[in-house]
Ligand binder design. Structure first.
Ligand code: PLP
Length: 462
């Protein structure tokens, strides 16, 4: 890896390359295993029928693939097929280099130091905040609070805004398709405040029952917490309409964007989100960094959450005063290098035509749905229109954990289990399923490898 010989904040702030890698990425960058050429070929038992999308809609996935070194390694003797993007995405070399550059050239704590490197690190950190605000269409950088990720951001809202605004008899509406991160914090809050957590039912295709949602809303509803894309069913609910309806009752709306941000452009103000949360690691950025967006007047009115350094104005044993928003919610030393990585990831992703990326992913989803249809006994959970490219499935006679294990032997990474969304699986009467979740760097060939491997499984091949 080449460490840029520029000051890190200069390296991070310019406009990004548009997915074109100036440095050719070496195949199999670390020789973990046998090179792909020596691997047993994973030939399809029956070739999928339709043509895989390639470069459709003006986006070429190879441009993204070239930037992501890990996609060029092998696993168990096969070229890696990474279909576990719902759990976490792989990192472009620009992000990896931003982290290395930060620690090699510019490591410093922020906001306190009087020296050059403290100032540079602060500039990088605040440039990251501005980039997130821009990425989300937020009013200003001051509406962005850095967190460890989606989970921490939701807990922050529950324990600050929630504790201050939810009381006995109040209601919190949460659709059944939510990730546990968007259920349990509200359950804890409801228990503490003697409020009610009310599940919003789903329809057979995995979309939210909008008629039931409208019926459940009332002036007791204080909050609607809904994801913009489901991590299991792929459902993309009509969040804008739901928010508009919720606002008529004076309810606030928290939108979990964990699975949305990597797939399509987001505009929190257009959406009508009062709070919006996401995790960097699902957006090609490092783990341990994420963000909470809050409408300015809501953040202003919220009490602090964690106490400590960075979040105060004055401290005395008689009492303390607090820093302005958003610093009031960022106690302690933040994940500065994570912000540098997040900034780089946002620059990388927005260097592509995002509408074209979304169109490409939709083409890939349609291709994958059709190709998986050729696998006897395979059932995809969720068929709501406009889904993101998430394919959660069961395969008759095969345990999901066994499916994931067998695919792994062919170098294909999928996830199996409850996907931290047990109520949404139970909607389909299952406790566990396998999930292939796609990103912009996946291709029709990846889907073909998945289908071929599943077909061999159904044919009893070992
Ligand atoms: N919400 C959704 C929809 C998710 O898919 C996930 C993770 O899979 C989360 C929340 C939790 O994200 P994190 O573990 O990064 O906090």
């Amino acid at each position: 890896m080449t460490i840029p010989d520029v000051r890190v904040y200069e390296h991070l702030m310019p406009a990004p390359p548009t997915g074109q890698s100036p440095v050719p990425v070496q195949a199999n960058p670390r020789a973990y295993e046998r090179p792909a050429a020596q691997a047993a070929p994973a030939t399809p038992a029956t070739a999928p029928q339709s043509t895989p999308p390639r470069g459709a809609g003006g986006f070429d996935p190879e441009a993204a693939r070239r930037d992501v070194p890990v996609l060029h390694r092998t696993v168990n003797g096969h070229p890696l097929v990474w279909l576990d993007n719902g759990a976490t995405t792989q990192k472009p070399r620009q992000v990896v280099e931003a982290l290395a550059a930060y620690y090699s050239a510019a490591n410093s704590n922020i906001h306190r130091g009087a020296h050059t490197m403290a100032r540079e690190a602060t500039e990088t950190y605040e440039a990251g905040r501005a980039a997130v605000a821009d990425f989300l269409g937020a009013e200003s950088p001051d509406t962005v609070v850095f967190t460890r990720g989606t989970t921490e951001a939701i807990n922050l809202v529950a324990q600050t805004w929630g504790r201050a605004n939810i009381g006995p008899g109040d209601e919190i509406l949460v659709p059944r398709l939510e990730h546990h991160s968007n259920i349990v914090p509200w359950q804890l809050l409801a228990k503490e405040k003697r409020a009610r957590l009310i599940p919003v039912p789903l329809l057979a295709d995995g979309s939210i029952d909008q008629a039931a949602f409208a019926d459940l809303l009332s002036f007791r509803t204080q909050l609607v917490a809904v994801s913009q894309a489901s991590n299991v069913l792929g459902t993309v609910p009509p969040v804008k309409q739901m928010a508009a309806l919720a606002h008529r009752y004076g309810a606030k709306v928290l939108v979990d964007g964990a699975q949305a941000v990597a797939h399509f452009p987001v505009d929190v103000r257009e959406l009508g989100a009062d709070f919006y949360v996401f995790s960097g690691h699902k957006l090609f950025a490092p783990t341990g960094i994420g963000a909470l967006y809050g409408r300015p007047e809501l953040l202003e009115g919220m009490p602090p959450w964690q106490g400590g350094g960075n979040m105060i104005d004055q401290v005395d044993f008689t009492g303390s005063t607090y820093a302005p928003v958003p610093h009031r919610f960022e106690a302690g030393t933040g994940h500065i290098s994570g912000v540098a990585g997040l900034l780089s990831a946002i620059n990388w992703l927005t260097g592509f035509d995002r509408e074209a990326v979304a169109a490409y992913e939709q083409g890939l989803l349609a291709y994958a749905e059709q190709a998986l249809g050729a696998v006897p006994g395979l059932e995809i959970l969720g068929s709501a229109p406009g889904r993101i490219a998430v394919l959660t499935f069961t395969l008759a006679g095969h345990d999901p954990a066994d499916i994931a294990h067998r695919l792994d032997r062919d170098g294909i990474a999928v996830r199996a289990g409850h996907h931290c969304a047990q109520p949404s699986l139970r909607h389909y009467g299952v406790e566990s399923a396998a999930r292939a979740s796609l990103a912009l760097y996946n291709t029709g060939e990846d889907v073909d490898r998945l289908v071929a491997s599943l077909l061999r499984m159904t044919q009893g091949a070992t």
